[in-house]
Design a protein around this ligand. Sequence first.
Ligand code: AMP
Ligand code: ZN
Length: 111
Amino acid sequence: MNSDCIFCKIANKEIPSNFIYEDENVVAFNDLNPQAPVHFLVIPKNHYSSLNEIKDSKVFGDIFSTIPKITEKMGIKEYRTVVNTGASAGQTVFHIHVHVMAGREFTWPAG
Ligand code: AMP
Ligand code: ZN
């Protein structure tokens, strides 16, 4: 828990949020500023500021294995996943999160 971290506060329910998924290790919630008709974030409950801090494959396994559980319930089979690492890559919240976006066409390469 990092007391300055907004996503730690969300994961710890200090900031009210409607979780679309929660288990022992992970929570998922809708992005405040959605970039697609479906846009949610999956985060570990433990604080890691970015992918650079993750040395344990279990953490990422917990996050990524959650995604198809959520999308299957939503009836979504096609989606974009994004992990921004570092400010120049677009990271603005320094608690690792995976963006999951769906419901429109996505271009490649990402901007
Ligand atoms: P990134 O730019 O990859 O670090 O993504 C951070 C994301 O968190 C952005 O898409 C923001 O819209 C989103 N965000 C920031 N604060 C909140 C919040 N309180 N609840 C939900 N999403 C948030
Ligand atoms: Zn945090």
